[in-house]
Design a protein around this ligand. Structure first.
Ligand code: FAD
Length: 433
């Protein structure tokens, strides 16, 4: 079949890869000159199958309210005159219960495990190199109360995490020793890993091209045309040539990250995806031998720290403030500076902080953290969007699952895929260990 994939981030490229493997004729469209130049560009680099807590949990409203007025808070909600932001916020509150949390974690872990297995076999098959480190993820706490709660939380949901005291934390990652006195403990998942999502996605896009996938870069997607009960074409603007055109296929996959929701609303598909702006700094290491190799989560600041060769990536924080991608606002400056400052507190003198390579990206977030994967109510329009904090972790599996659904097969995981043909009531799932 002829299939157009809209968006060349980790999700669109993974989808294109698995669709091409099924023998389809695939075209990928993106406004950027290459793959992974938006949210998949400089994220936290973590493949965090076991660290997948949704933001929405019973204690979240209290924490968010406490953070509301602090420019450097981990999660910042900036109220706007935007009905979609308010609707998202209300639905988020609806997910802040123990029952919803348990349901969401089960699905995220199922998708994560399926995706991890898909990523591993894809890497074994292709040999893509992307600064991969299979050293696990270590979540460390500076507050005893948060440590007690954090250690208990995921164990209740059957997620295997080693609970470590301070000495054990430092044994797993000795580079934390300068900060050691302030660490109360941690949790560690040795099976998680890290690697550069941009490098991976661009390499996979190159292999897609070799498989015959056609790429239309520097093409703005202006909108989709609804003809009768389905999509008849996608309207494009060629940034290079300055022309408009309409491209048609038998099926369309929407994988435009945070832009999926506004682009699909005119054809009657109303998705609850709202951008959660995050930031990262990528620093060159001055003393690589003193830098961490285990991927880290700093609970106090809610930031990820991942080693990428001779560099380190510090990423995190979320700001619900619309589609703004600026790095030069007062808030952006505070939040970027806080990342570097925290790294310096944790690892004094290890990295060159004079050239911080700040970056910002919009996480395509849903209130539950569960992405939309599957068929929309228009039979030839498929969704692969809304991966929020976990798009890199869930990328390979989301692409593979959607290709299977399009082929009429049921992916082998217990996940609430969208679409009339595939939607299933979630069975209670076996706890993942
Ligand atoms: C600070 C930060 C840290 C993160 N850390 C992690 C992490 O450690 N682990 C993890 O698993 N995830 C992490 N994430 C989340 C992850 O990066 C995202 O979930 C993922 O990149 C989303 O991929 P995507 O393909 O859906 O979106 P994108 O990568 O944004 O791709 C969408 C594509 O659609 C294109 N597009 C959109 N609109 C149009 C249009 N109108 N016309 C043409 N093209 C268009 C864009 O150019 C883009 O290339 C992090 C995110 C942030 C912001």
């Amino acid at each position: 079949m002829k299939i157009i994939v809209l968006g060349a981030g980790i999700i669109g490229i993974s989808t294109a890869w698995y669709l091409a493997a099924e023998g389809h004729e695939v075209t990928v469209v993106d406004r950027q000159p290459d793959a992974a130049l938006e949210t998949s560009f400089a994220n936290g680099a973590q493949i965090s199958v076991s660290f997948c807590e949704p933001w929405a949990h019973a204690g979240a409203p209290f924490k968010v309210a406490k953070w509301l007025l602090r420019d450097d808070s981990p999660l910042l909600f900036r109220p706007r005159l935007d009905p979609y932001q308010w609707r998202w916020g209300l639905k988020f509150l609806g997910q802040c219960s123990d029952a919803a949390f348990a349901r969401n974690v089960q699905q995220l872990v199922a998708l994560g495990a399926y995706s991890h297995e898909s990523l591993k076999s894809l890497v074994a098959q292709t040999g893509i190199e992307y600064q991969r480190l299979e050293r696990g993820i270590l979540h460390f706490f500076s507050s005893q109360a948060d440590f007690d709660a954090g250690a208990e939380l995921m164990r209740r949901h059957g997620v295997d995490r080693r609970v470590l005291n301070r000495a054990e934390v430092l044994k797993v990652e000795p580079a934390l020793s300068a900060f050691g006195a302030q660490i109360q403990g941690g949790t560690y998942t040795p099976s998680d890993e890290s690697g550069d999502a941009r490098v991976f996605t661009q390499a996979l896009a190159g292999l897609c091209r070799e498989r015959g996938v056609r790429f239309l870069y520097e093409h703005d997607i202006l909108g989709l045309d609804r003809v009768g009960g389905q999509i008849g074409g996608v309207r494009l603007f060629d940034r290079h040539g300055g022309q408009r055109s309409t491209l048609s296929a038998e099926h369309y996959v929407a994988a435009m990250g945070s832009f999926t929701a506004p682009l699909l609303r005119p054809v009657g598909i109303d998705l609850d995806i709202y951008p959660a702006k995050g930031y990262s700094a990528t620093l060159k290491l001055k003393r690589p031998e003193a830098a961490s190799v285990v991927s880290l989560l700093d609970d106090t600041r809610k930031i990820a720290i991942s080693r990428l060769g001779d560099q380190v990536r510090i990423a995190g924080t979320a700001e619900m403030a619309g589609l703004d991608q600026s790095l030069d606002s007062a808030t952006a400056r505070v939040r970027c500076a806080a990342l570097v400052q925290r790294y310096e507190e944790l690892f004094p003198g290890v990295a060159d902080t004079s050239v911080p390579n700040f970056w910002t990206g919009l996480r395509p977030s849903t209130p539950s953290n569960i992405p939309y994967i599957g068929r929309s109510k228009l039979p030839n329009l498929w969704l692969n969007a809304g991966h929020g904090t976990l798009g890199w972790t869930h990328g390979a599996g989301s692409g593979r699952a959607l290709a299977e659904l399009i082929a009429g097969r049921q992916p082998q995981l217990n996940f609430g895929f969208c679409g009339p043909a595939t939607v299933r009531a979630l069975r209670p799932v076996a706890q993942t260990g």
